[in-house]
Each structure stands twice: as structure tokens, then as C-alpha cells.
Unconditional design. Structure first.
Length: 343
């Protein structure tokens, strides 16, 4: 009986200890969490980045988030193009402090690879995201809108080489490559195939050590696979996703359309490929109005944009005065460009 009583007392002690330990665990009340408040940069600030001041810094400052628990808080400053609801946000900096900065050069590169146009003010938004754990919901500051103007910088983007019959199967040719502007394993570019048909492959280059073809001609890349075939001659838009080992090729014929052209918004004025300069060009009469560039007489793929840089689906391009113009678009570079010269 004495042993039974002692065992009973011990069990009571264990239960009592367990309850006390459970009661002492912190409970995170998300409704009581205080979000960080941004104090710098100020809302609607205008920041002009320049190459001469590449080492200068943009400083971000905010107040502490309070999760009501004694855990270290990590802060990330996230930015996105205005009006996108942060659907494709990108990280500016990460810190455990209440302030952080980024150089003009680094911020410029981030803007340029996320749709910024050199010399053109970009409307962007940023917020501070606070977190304490992967299993605890993050807390966001209010959104702050600013305007940032990037500058033109030479960026060595990751690239895939595209050797083929159209260029002598030269895997070292720097003029026949496509680029990954976000360094995310997704590549895009335009190449002109003059022969019917044209066979080609993708390669890490400038060697054949890592190369891809398509054994089943089904849009899936195979290491050391069969040559890929483009059935018709012309300019192709090539997209490759190395992460999923897939690709697409789209034959494109380019034209100019808009209220400034003779065909208005109803029909395209056909551009011609200049093989020597690797550009599309057209000389034509225009009136004051607007233009855009589009492929295949359709709106599925079109470019606009300000400052001489093409943006997919971008704004109409203004033509200020009537006259004879030579218009050129360059799709052979990483960041597509256009020129409009009055003759």
C-alpha cells in the first residue's frame, strides 16, 4: 500500500509539472503584432541613379516590428513595379537591423532586370516584410510609392549559345546567344535563320561540353539530344527554361502599327530584316500620332515603351510631327531597343 501511495504522488507531480510547462509556453497572438513603419525614403520621393555616383547609397529606415515574443526579427525590403500588387516582387536588402542601404549600382541592376528602362523614371513600390520564423506569418509595412530613374549599364547576363547550320555550327559565336535577364535559368532572345529548314542546338558554351537538343521534337530538351529543326526561314523568338528543360520557338514577322501610320491601328507596315546590322528596319511616311511594334499581325506579342527601350505590351510611342522616318528595332541584344530617326 505504501508503494502505491508513493507512485500515486509521483504521478500527480508529473501531471502537475506537465501542465505547468504547457501553461508557460508563449502563445503568439497575430492580432496583437505591430507592423514596421517606413520612415525613409519618403513617399513619392524621386531618386535619380547615375553611373558617376554608382557607389552612393539609397538608405531605407523603418520602426521595429513587435511580434510579442522574444524572438529575433528579420526584415526584407521588397520592391515591385507600381500597380502590380507585388506579384513579381524582388528583394532589395535583408537585415536584422532597423535600417539598411543599397548602392546605386546594385539598385540600378535590380531595376534594369525587372523592367526598368535606362533614363526613364520608373514608378515602383516597396514594403518592409518582417518575419520571426518560417512557420509564423510575416507582417508587412504599408506600401510606399517612389519614382526611380535607372541608368544604362553593361551587365554580363547569363547566356545560352545557339549553334546551328545558319552560322556554321560555331559554339563560340557571341552574336548567336540568348540571355537570362533575371539570372533565373529562363532565357530569351531572337535569332534570324536564313535557311529552310534550319537545324540548331542550345549549349552552355563556348564549348560543346553541355549541350541540348530535342530527341522527340516535343519541346523538351535532352542532354546531347538530336538537332532542333526550324522548318521555315525567318526571325525566331526563342525561350528556354533550363529548370524544366523545355523550350519554345516562334516564327515572327514584325510590323509597325498605329495612328501615325497610313494603316492606322488596322494594319501593319512590314519591317525588313537587315542581316548585316542584325536589326529590323523600315523607312516610311508618318503623321503626328502614336505607334507600336507587333508580331504576326496580332497583339499576342507587341512592344512599346519610352526612351528607346522596348517593353513587352508597353506604352504607345509618340510621333510628334509628320515626316519621313527610318525606324529600327534591335532584338539581337539582351535589352531590346528601338530608334526613330526623321530623314
Amino acid at each position: 500500500m505504501k508503494k502505491i501511495i508513493l507512485l500515486y504522488i509521483a504521478l500527480i507531480g508529473i501531471v502537475s509539472f506537465s501542465c505547468t510547462k504547457k501553461d508557460a509556453e508563449p502563445v503568439l497572438d497575430l492580432t496583437a503584432v505591430i507592423a514596421p513603419v517606413v520612415s525613409q525614403p519618403a513617399a513619392n520621393a524621386s531618386i535619380v541613379l547615375t553611373e558617376e555616383e554608382a557607389a552612393s547609397k539609397v538608405t531605407f529606415t523603418w520602426s521595429a516590428a513587435d511580434f510579442k515574443v522574444n524572438l529575433a526579427v528579420t526584415y526584407r525590403v521588397m520592391m515591385a513595379n507600381a500597380g502590380t500588387d507585388f506579384a513579381e516582387e524582388f528583394e532589395i536588402l535583408k537585415t536584422t537591423n532597423l535600417t539598411g542601404d543599397i548602392s546605386y549600382a546594385d539598385l540600378n541592376n535590380k531595376l534594369n532586370v525587372n523592367g526598368g528602362q535606362p533614363g526613364v523614371a520608373s514608378d515602383v513600390e516597396f514594403r518592409v516584410v518582417a518575419s520571426v520564423s518560417d512557420i509564423v506569418e510575416v507582417v508587412n509595412s504599408t506600401v510606399v510609392a517612389v519614382q526611380i530613374t535607372p541608368y544604362l549599364a553593361i551587365i554580363n547576363y547569363p547566356k545560352l549559345y545557339v549553334p546551328g547550320g545558319y552560322q556554321g555550327w560555331d559554339v563560340t559565336n557571341e552574336n548567336t546567344v540568348i540571355y537570362s535577364l533575371k539570372s533565373d535559368g529562363k532565357y530569351e532572345g531572337y535569332l534570324y535563320f536564313k535557311d529552310t529548314p534550319t537545324e540548331f542546338k542550345f549549349a552552355d558554351g563556348p564549348s560543346w561540353d553541355v549541350n541540348y537538343g530535342d530527341d522527340l521534337a516535343d519541346g523538351t530538351l535532352d542532354r546531347n539530344g538530336a538537332n532542333i529543326v526550324a522548318a521555315a526561314a525567318g526571325m525566331y523568338k526563342l525561350n528556354v527554361n533550363i529548370n524544366t528543360l523545355t523550350y519554345t520557338k516562334l516564327l515572327t514577322a514584325w510590323g509597325i502599327i498605329g495612328s501615325a501610320t497610313a494603316g492606322g491601328w488596322d494594319s501593319d507596315q512590314k519591317m525588313v530584316y537587315d542581316e548585316t546590322n542584325r536589326v529590323l528596319t523600315l523607312t516610311l511616311d508618318l503623321v503626328a500620332g502614336e505607334i507600336k511594334f507587333r508580331a504576326n499581325d496580332a497583339w499576342d506579342l507587341n512592344y512599346g515603351g519610352a526612351g528607346g527601350y522596348l517593353v513587352v505590351g508597353g506604352d504607345n510611342i509618340a510621333i510628334a510631327a509628320a515626316g519621313n522616318y527610318t525606324i529600327t528595332i534591335n532584338l539581337s541584344v539582351a535589352n531590346y531597343t528601338y530608334t526613330i530617326l526623321k530623314n
